[in-house]
Design a protein around this ligand. Sequence first.
Ligand code: ADP
Length: 291
Amino acid sequence: FQQAIRAGDVQDAFCREIQVNGKDDRKHWIRQHMYFIQSSNRLVELSLNIDEQKSNEKRLEKAKQKAEEANEETRCFLNSISHEVRTPLNAIVGFSTILANSNETGEEYIPIILRNTRLLNALIKNILDLSALDAGKITFCYKQFNIEKVFIDMGSYIRNNLDEHSLKVVYEMPECEEERFITTDEEYLRKLLLNLLSNAVKFTNEGSVTFGCRRREYGLYFYVSDTGCGIAPEDQKSIFNRFVKLDAYVQGIGLGLALCKSIVKHLGGKIGVTSEKGKGSTFWFVLPNVQ
Ligand code: ADP
């Protein structure tokens, strides 16, 4: 460029942002200006270090990307929620109105109202939990407890809410009594199991749902296995992202697994799935046994 400017081939003022290797072995951003002063036949160069400006630009770009992602998330959220809230709400309002206005007992409507109330309740709880975790507003409460009680409660809750499914629900616990005691946040362990068990029931038409726990060297391994529809290998990672549903016609807004992922991360553990399409899935998570 110096030569081109001297030869008069470049008429415009030269101004470029370039990256150079510094003497400190690092790359630096330079804004370089060059002017050719014909009267004195001199080339003037001005070089300005713009590292700070470049890093600010990078930060701004990242912030913009984050804002766009949040925007997209809000759009997905509103899209899914408007449908998933309206459906059970309409059922509750509709059947309660019939009940209120009818002279007959209308007993057949009560299970429908209860089922939809349960759906709506679970949906709102998941949204609130996820948003509280995102905002860092949750304080986990670690204490030692026996998982037997948790498993008994989970088993009967799921069996009572099988709706039209005729599934076998089984739980397995460590043989050794001592190994049934763990130290973690009981409330959040229940939320994890409840979400995974509800999914197992939702996606299994026949067969069984088995859940349990095993002690491992690095913590406690929990699992929920089903004999349901299974998940293709290419979908197994994305289902832990927010608002991902593989079948748009199945009830839910695709937040349950995202919530599980967030809880497990906050508790210092890991979560995953092994599955075969058409054969079933095993969702698992490992929690460190806090001492
Ligand atoms: P939701 O909160 O709507 O239940 P999730 O985040 O829990 O959504 O699950 C996301 C998607 O992952 C489901 O819509 C379904 O496609 C798939 N999925 C989750 N659990 C199972 C399972 N046990 N068997 C087959 N597919 C599953």
